[in-house]
Design a protein around this ligand. Structure first.
Ligand SMILES: Nc1nc2c(c(=O)[nH]1)N[C@H]1C(S)=C(S)[C@@H](COP(=O)(O)OP(=O)(O)OC[C@H]3O[C@@H](n4cnc5c(=O)[nH]c(N)nc54)[C@H](O)[C@@H]3O)O[C@H]1N2
Ligand SMILES: Nc1nc2c(c(=O)[nH]1)N[C@H]1C(S)=C(S)[C@@H](COP(=O)(O)OP(=O)(O)OC[C@H]3O[C@@H](n4cnc5c(=O)[nH]c(N)nc54)[C@H](O)[C@@H]3O)O[C@H]1N2
Ligand SMILES: [Mo]
Length: 766
């Protein structure tokens, strides 16, 4: 008789309650305690059992044949081999590369979200293993808010503190009168938080704001960047022009005597240098509302009106992380701080600014109580670290120089590249260019669940178990829920958990003891749980033993600072609580940044128009935000994700006017193209997007047709079109929201999507 059981699992998109029957997942729903569970759960069962799962270790055919350039990476067939054979090859390659080029020749930055779980975390496992054999080159920062990570310490303080100490939404409900949101507050993004979310609080907290009568202004090219219940005023802006708009707002405050001079004097430095730029004394261009209007698409009077309202009300300025994922994205951040300082409400309940609301489920809703136990990664003796979004540059220019944080640095010469838990053919820009860059390493190794576009660019592919196929526990990086992860099903085929894979490799390389310290996976889990219990005890929180916890329900700990007001200490006493900047104050002008002498980041916030890269750039702005129906590229082949596609393509939002002049109807297959690439997508004609702007969700697996012009992507991946320039020489951050494209109806035969099925596979005996 079939036995049905209910088990718990933790995902980045929340706690899942799974129905399991005969070792297979039947369905996954949210936890009954969660007021707003994520429908992304609806993808899991199909995706885990999908055709794209990697079932056996596989080696790229030409590479195995000893003629690695015969067929390009990303186009080749694979040969399935035994685990012993695959791991022998990996060990040989590691030995060859480190003896000829040193450990710096191994690049294992391996950026990506992988999956939840404190122990079976792909990057931690990979890095711990590589540290036992002498280390590796790596990357720092992220694709999410890298410009903020680099920029904020110069002008206010570390960005992670901004997020952790963001003013709580409950405080906003009580005290704010107006919330001005650059980049909106997309509810779809608040489904997710790195490492997991116990309770989705955002919707209820925003409802409290709406019920309290707080007014919202959504300054974004997309109306649905706020949910209807907020009744936000939609004031769309041209992508990349937020800095110009904020300058126009500042000009009104300045010229109408609405700025808080006492605040500026006490809490900031350098307003006078900025003032010369604002007034036009420095460059002959006063940043008037009329000037702002020419860059933003706003009417000058609307700029004036909004500035006056901001000065007359308790006003929170919110800047979505997406706004800094643009050309010169640092400037909008600096300008938001400058504008908020001029208003003088920083540190007051419901006033000031926050960068990063909406970037995950927890910002403004929860802060972690203490550090959870985790698998230690060990020490990396190799010091070469690149900014994460320079992966393409690094592959193209081994030992080349680049500028970063005011320094000149040198890329490593990466001979072997190893990716576990991330997908550069999802996250990076200009994928055709990346495809060419990925031809240069000698060896590429990928651990993944699925035949993603990245796995297809590997020489050695190692199939791994999914989060739902292993015992672990989840505890989000910014969350306060501890979630038992109970293995729901066995991994398919010969897929294995990463700990076992690295354990076997360490045995081949003589570092088994260093890697495993004599513990099995189960013993490590208990060890890490004990560590969590100990930190809990030190913080006055009693946690049960492993058996009780792992067989039980979610444990929820309280928010340590439910009434948090960002920078309230600093406001109360800037001498006792100085900011960690050189002056201890908000740096409206930064000597440090001015001293770098960069062309694209001056000593104060400045407007630079988005790049105009070539004549074939295209006439429409292209935006590419996070998908509602999945997490990045994860679960793209799940039922919920597939249900929203149009003729199998990713939907692209097109304004009715832009559609009409091109003869495009809702539901048509369209082709987007520019100088770099092209892709197909499904037309969704809607006035929720600004005219002149199209919006294509990220995450459709890149499915290049190498026989078509520019290897046209069949599926609708925006990174077929985005550029691989970074925000600036200061932070070298991704600028994926700044691209332009042309659009037409696709007239040819619509090709099948091939990327959700495996590549051509042989077995070694064929
Ligand atoms: N155009 C454009 N591009 C963007 C963005 C944008 O706004 N526009 N946003 C950017 C942002 S903010 C981000 S964070 C990145 C996200 O980029 P990524 O984090 O790279 O995207 P994911 O799809 O989450 O990739 C995770 C991969 O890990 C695999 N995986 C899951 N669990 C495991 C595991 O246990 N072990 C192993 N080995 N693998 C596992 C999944 O199958 C998947 O292939 O994308 C960026 N790219
Ligand atoms: N469901 C789901 N949720 C997610 C993720 C996911 O993959 N799926 N990914 C998570 C991750 S890793 C991250 S980093 C966060 C990202 O969180 P965000 O960075 O906040 O999200 P984005 O979707 O990149 O951008 C938000 C909005 O900014 C607007 N925008 C873009 N460019 C501009 C501009 O120049 N000016 C203005 N004013 N607006 C602009 C776009 O309309 C876009 O919808 O989301 C997280 N949440
Ligand atoms: Mo992100």
């Amino acid at each position: 008789m079939a036995t049905k059981t209910t088990k718990l699992t933790a995902n980045h998109w929340g706690v899942g309650t799974a129905e399991v029957q005969d070792g297979r997942i039947v369905s996954i729903d949210g936890h009954h305690d969660d007021p707003d569970p994520s429908p992304i759960n609806g993808n899991v069962a199909d995706s885990l059992n999908g055709r794209a799962r990697i079932l056996r270790p596989a080696i790229r055919k030409s590479w195995l044949d000893g003629n690695p350039t015969a067929v390009a990476r990303g186009r080749d067939a694979f040969v399935e081999v035994s685990w012993d054979r695959a791991l022998d090859l990996v060990a040989d390659e590691l030995n060859r590369v480190r003896s000829t080029h040193g450990n710096e020749g191994i690049f294992a930055g391996s950026y990506g979200w992988s999956s939840a779980g404190r122990f079976h975390h792909a990057q931690s496992q990979l890095k711990r293993f590589l540290n036992t054999i002498g280390g590796f080159s790596y990357s720092e920062g992220n694709y999410s808010y890298n410009a903020a990570l680099v920029m904020m310490p110069y002008i206010v303080g570390p960005f992670r503190q901004h997020i952790a100490q963001a003013t709580r939404w409950t405080v906003i409900a009580e005290h704010s009168e107006l919330v001005v949101m650059f980049g909106g507050m997309a509810m779809r993004n608040t489904q997710v938080s790195d490492g997991g979310v116990g309770t989705h609080r955002m919707r209820d907290n925003l409802r409290k704001c709406a019920d309290a009568g707080v007014k919202f202004v959504n300054i974004s090219p997309l109306r649905t960047d706020t949910d209807a219940f907020l009744e936000a005023e939609w004031k769309p802006v041209h992508p990349g022009s937020d800095t110009a708009l904020m300058l126009g707002l500042s000009y009104v405050l300045w010229s109408e005597g609405l700025m808080d001079e006492a605040f500026l004097a006490r809490y900031s430095v350098g307003f006078d240098q900025f003032e010369k730029y604002l007034s036009g004394d420095a460059d002959g261009t006063p940043k008037t509302p009329e000037w702002a209007a020419t860059h933003t698409g706003w009417a000058a009077d609307d700029v004036t009106d909004l500035a006056r309202k901001m000065a007359a009300n308790r006003c929170m300025i919110s800047v979505a992380a997406g706004v800094q994922r643009t050309d010169y994205g640092e400037q909008a951040l600096w300008m938001a701080v400058t504008l908020a300082a001029m208003l003088g409400q920083i540190g007051l309940p419901g006033g000031g600014y926050t960068i990063g609301y909406g970037v995950n489920a927890n910002v403004g809703n929860m802060e972690r109580l203490f550090r959870w136990g985790t698998l230690p990664q060990g020490k990396n003796p190799v010091a070469n670290v690149i900014p994460v979004a320079m992966i393409g540059e690094m592959l193209r220019n081994p030992r080349g120089n680049y500028t970063y944080k005011g320094e000149t640095r040198q890329f490593p010469d990466a001979r072997l590249v190893w990716w576990a838990g991330g997908n550069p053919f999802h996250h990076h820009q200009d994928l055709l260019r990346l495809h060419h860059a990925f031809q240069s390493p000698e060896t590429v190794i990928v651990n993944d669940l699925n035949w993603t576009s990245m796995a297809r660019h590997a020489d050695i592919v190692l199939p791994v178990a999914a989060a739902q196929e292993r015992d672990d526990f989840g505890a989000g990086k910014s969350d306060n829920a501890l979630v038992p992860m109970q293995k729901l099903a066995d991994p398919p085929g010969e897929a294995r958990v990463e700990f076992e894979i690295f354990h076997d490799l360490a045995a081949r390389l003589g570092t088994e003891e260093l890697f495993a310290e004599g513990r099995s996976a189960d013993e490590w889990l208990r060890h890490i749980w004990e560590e969590t219990r100990e930190v809990g005890q030190r913080n006055g929180v009693a946690l049960p033993d492993w058996e009780t916890f792992h067989a039980g329900d979610v444990i929820k700990l309280p928010d340590p600072s439910p009434h948090q007001v960002f920078l309230s200490d600093f406001r109360a006493d800037p001498v006792a609580h100085p900011l960690p900047t050189p002056s201890g104050l908000i740096e409206i002008y930064s000597e440090t940044l001015a001293g770098f002498g960069l062309p694209d980041c001056k000593g104060h916030a400045s407007y630079f128009a988005p790049r105009d890269l070539s004549a074939d750039e295209g006439e429409l702005f292209l935006l590419s935000g996070q998908p509602k129906t999945r997490l990045h590229s994860q679960l793209d082949n799940g039922a919920y994700s597939l249900s929203r596609k149009i003729k199998g393509r990713e939907p692209v939002l097109i304004h009715p006017y832009d559609a009409e002049v091109r003869g495009i109807s809702d539901g048509d297959v369209v082709e987007l193209f520019n100088a770099r690439g092209r892709c197909l997508a499904g037309a969704r004609v809607t006035d929720e997007v600004l005219e002149g702007c199209v919006f294509l969700w990220t995450g459709a697996w890149w499915d290049p047709d190498f026989d078509a012009p520019q290897a046209r992507d069949r599926h609708g991946n925006p990174n077929a079109l985005t550029h691989d320039e970074r925000t600036s020489n200061l932070s070298q951050s991704p600028a994926s929201h700044s691209a332009r494209v042309s659009l037409r109806r696709f007239e040819g035969t619509v090709p099948e999507i091939t990327v959700h099925a495996p590549p051509v596979l042989y077995s070694e005996t064929d």
